[in-house]
Design a protein around this ligand. Structure first.
Ligand SMILES: Cc1cc2nc3c(=O)[nH]c(=O)nc-3n(C[C@H](O)[C@H](O)[C@H](O)COP(=O)(O)OP(=O)(O)OC[C@H]3O[C@@H](n4cnc5c(N)ncnc54)[C@H](O)[C@@H]3O)c2cc1C
Length: 469
């Protein structure tokens, strides 16, 4: 959908903007520039905001300069890594977008098994660089998601049950603070800040570079989806519940209900049909994976089985076709402790009632290594969750979007008696109480104290905001 151009309400002094342009090594884009329209866009097509300036940073010093400019001019600051915030927090009306996407440096040290990653790197780019050495950072499941925002919220993905969350593999972060200082955070330097960065989102500063521990993986893994017709969902989910109850940490699964997409390998007659799929990834020897997955693959009568040995990098892009840039996305999320009969009935019933060909849910299996890190060790909350729901109501454009949003809200409400928490990176703009729930009261208060220390003026407020006051 094209929208009429709406100039920003608060335009900075053009001379100041021009001066910012001369002080950056990167570029400044403002309304009227040829690339403004494409550069103001984020992944979620339903977000339509008009910043006064987009500072495309190529270096940490650019970040500090752009931040100082915004503060001096009393402008709102949005920080953009991969631009995948569901509620669109990385773009704002009228303010300055500090765009880190040009910062693409990746330095792998195969001897030390570490990698330094700049803040504009996407997950697929990180996988490409690390898998070249047979190594990996545990991260997310869609290749065009940003490393930065994903890491700062926690980072869940295909190998987390064996190797932990993304933050459990974070060794240090270089940060531009609200005051414009460049500091390093790790367990030995600014340890309080390091604690807050591991789950506290972008509340405490702008991370310009991350350092992660690497883990050997692949290059092949036993992985992929097995599909059944949605009518089989009650039986599939009951079998699944028992099967994963005592599975090894190497196994990670995500249950999906949706209408089958038209993709290579999907028979024509299945396209558009309502399905339930269990997608798996076994982070261990192929032969062990084949053995562990055999019961799933032979349960009932699968309509399609694409679970087999494949390069980890190929598996990492399995979900990409369902989440391209520009579609309209709405999400609600919650954690649940277990798949009770009631939860199963909700999943089976709501799965049959999906209207949009691109709407669906992802029900994430949690536990394993994630649950073995102490809850107080990082700002991330919810390590004890059994499963995490991501309920996605999607439309190609504004057409039909309201219906999808209603389906999502209704689904989420039906699960209310089972909610135990929520993953902060799956929140929309749902208000302060939900952010508090995402962290739990005690952790929220600790984060608030940290916010008062590192960002008392709440410069970094376009996020799941921890208010300093
Ligand atoms: C298609 C899709 C797939 C996803 N899959 C997963 C998944 O597998 N696992 C998972 O854990 N999550 C997943 N998520 C959720 C994802 O972790 C969050 O949306 C995350 O915020 C995206 O990060 P980003 O850098 O792309 O987003 P952005 O929109 O750029 O940023 C998100 C937030 O982080 C802040 N931020 C970004 N960069 C920085 C920085 N360098 N310093 C300080 N603050 C910063 C922004 O200001 C904003 O508030 C997915 C989201 C989408 C849309």
């Amino acid at each position: 959908m094209t929208t009429a151009f709406r100039p920003p309400r608060v335009a900075p002094d053009p001379r100041a903007l021009a001066e910012l342009g001369t002080r950056l090594r990167g570029t400044v884009i403002s309304p009227g520039d040829g690339s403004y329209e494409s550069q103001r866009r984020v992944w979620n097509g339903s977000i339509d905001r008009y910043p006064a300036a987009i500072a495309r940073c190529v270096h940490a010093s650019d970040v500090a300069t752009a931040l100082a400019f915004a503060r001096a001019n009393g402008m709102l600051v949005a920080v953009r890594g991969g631009g995948h915030s569901f509620p669109g927090h990385s773009v704002c009306d009228d303010g300055v977008v500090i765009d880190l996407s040009p910062m693409k440096g990746i330095r792998v040290d195969p001897e030390r098994r570490t990698v330094r990653v700049q803040a504009g790197v996407l997950l697929g780019e990180l996988d490409q660089a690390t898998q070249a050495h047979g190594l990996a950072v545990p991260a997310g499941i869609v290749t065009h998601t940003g490393v930065a925002g994903l890491t700062l919220g926690g980072g869940i993905g295909w190998i987390m049950r064996k190797h932990g969350l993304t933050i459990d593999n974070l060794l240090s972060a270089d940060v531009v603070t609200a005051g414009g200082e460049l500091v390093r955070a790790s367990t030995t330097e600014n340890a309080d800040l390091f604690w807050g960065l591991r789950g506290g989102g972008g509340n405490f500063g702008i991370v310009t570079e991350f350092e992660f521990r690497l883990t050997p993986l692949g290059p092949d893994v036993f992985a992929g989806p097995v599909f059944w017709p949605i009518e089989d969902a009650p039986q599939v989910l009951r079998f699944y519940r028992n099967w994963v109850a005592d599975c090894p940490d190497e196994l990670m699964t995500i249950v999906v209900t949706r209408r089958a997409l038209d993709l290579p390998g999907v028979p024509r007659e299945m396209v558009g049909r309502h399905v339930i799929a269990v997608t798996a990834c076994y982070a261990g020897p192929i032969g062990d994976g084949e053995k562990v997955l055999r019961p799933l693959k032979s349960f009932g009568r699968p309509s399609l089985d694409l679970c087999r040995p494949k390069p980890y990098i190929v598996h990492q892009s399995t979900f990409d076709p369902g989440f391209p840039h520009g579609w309209w996305y709405y999400v609600r999320a919650c954690d649940v402790a277990e798949l009770t009969d009631d939860v199963i009935d909700i999943v089976a019933d709501r799965g049959q009632r999906i209207v949009s060909p691109i709407t669906g849910i992802a029900l994430w299996q949690m536990g394993g290594a994630v649950a073995r890190v102490g809850d107080d060790e990082t700002a991330f909350h919810g390590r004890g969750a059994g499963f995490t729901f991501n309920i996605n109501g999607n439309a190609y454009s504004a057409d039909g979007f309201d219906v999808e949003r209603e389906w999502v809200r209704d689904y989420w409400s039906a699960l209310t008696p089972h909610h135990t928490g929520v993953y902060v990176n799956f929140l929309m703009d749902e208000g302060q109480e939900r952010i508090r729930q995402a962290y739990g009261a005690a952790k929220y208060d600790r984060l608030k104290a940290l916010k008062r220390r590192y960002d008392p003026d709440n410069v970094f407020r376009l996020n799941q905001n921890i208010r300093p006051d």
